[in-house]
Design a binder for this molecule. Structure first.
Ligand code: NDP
Length: 252
């Protein structure tokens, strides 16, 4: 049998790139999906093993998703797993939060997950595949000034639970992982804002993220990737509809 095929959205950097490395090392053929072919290509060339591909996809566009899944299937055959990783964060006081930002949070972080699952389902039914959604601890608890992102990520967990029940008779497992603050551009961007707007030092800005984690550190992308790797292949099929917190004990 050919190596199994997985599509990862937002696979060019951060947690998505770490997941791509872990799955490629585990023998998967990886399709990296995202907005910039150049950025995806530069990650693809670093992956271990052969047979990896890239497809252009904006998860905020239904047409783009339809095209990208068709391209991935034509190039690499049916999918055995889908990892919905692409995401963006915008924060701010709810009273002044722009409707356009609210809609972007829902479009990218929630509706994109629904549309990608829909586009993958014909394949996953054929392969009895797996879906892993990258949610967040913001799907398990609230954070001040993060209402839109948190609403979208809570939505991802509700969607995961319901889809898991819908697909259980077909033998398709659907799970979510919920990282706490993880060492990627999202947190580095947040630190830059805190340093800029509040005049904090880099160490103080970092601490405002690490203090949420009982281990007093950021989660590493490879720690998230390891759980996704397990859910994609080795987790017992009976594990479905779960939301696994990867947060040093912040959520339990
Ligand atoms: P990064 O900012 O490093 O990466 C985000 C990825 O999503 C990039 O590949 C980006 O592509 C892609 N992306 C954003 N918007 C779109 C879009 N419209 N279409 C396609 N791809 C898009 O963040 P992380 O690696 O940290 O985040 C990955 C996931 O993990 C997200 O869902 C995030 O919400 C979640 N998460 C992150 C945490 C953290 O603390 N870092 C904590 C909990 C959850 P591009 O390069 O084109 O911008």
């Amino acid at each position: 049998m050919n190596a199994p095929h997985v599509l990862i959205t937002g696979g060019n950097r951060g947690i998505g790139a770490a997941i791509a490395h872990a799955l490629a090392a585990d023998g998967w053929r990886v399709t990296l999906a995202g907005r910039s072919i150049e950025a995806l290509e530069s990650t693809r060339t670093t992956l271990p093993g052969d047979g990896h591909a890239v497809v252009q996809m904006d998860v905020a566009s239904a047409d783009s998703i339809t095209r990208a899944f068709a391209d991935a299937r034509t190039a690499q055959g049916p999918l055995h797993a889908l990892v919905n990783n692409a995401g963006v964060v915008e924060t701010g006081p709810t009273q002044r939060f722009a409707l356009a930002s609210w809609e972007r949070m829902l479009d990218v972080n929630l509706t994109g997950v629904f549309l990608c699952c829909q586009a993958a389902l014909a394949d996953l039914r054929e392969t009895q595949g797996r879906i892993v959604n990258i949610a967040s601890t913001a799907a398990q608890k609230g954070y001040a000034f993060t209402a839109a992102y948190s609403a979208a990520k809570h939505g991802v967990v509700g969607f995961t639970r319901s889809l898991a029940l819908e697909l259980a008779p077909a033998g398709i497992a659907v799970n979510a992982v919920c990282p706490g603050y993880t060492d990627t551009d999202i947190v580095r961007g947040g630190m830059a804002q805190i340093m800029d707007k509040k005049g904090k030092s880099e160490a103080e800005a970092l601490q405002s993220f690490t203090q949420a984690n009982p281990m007093q550190r950021l989660v590493r992308p490879d720690e998230v990737a390891e759980v996704v790797r397990w859910l994609c292949r080795q987790a017992p099929a009976a594990i479905t509809g779960q939301s696994i917190s990867i947060s040093g004990g912040e959520v339990m």
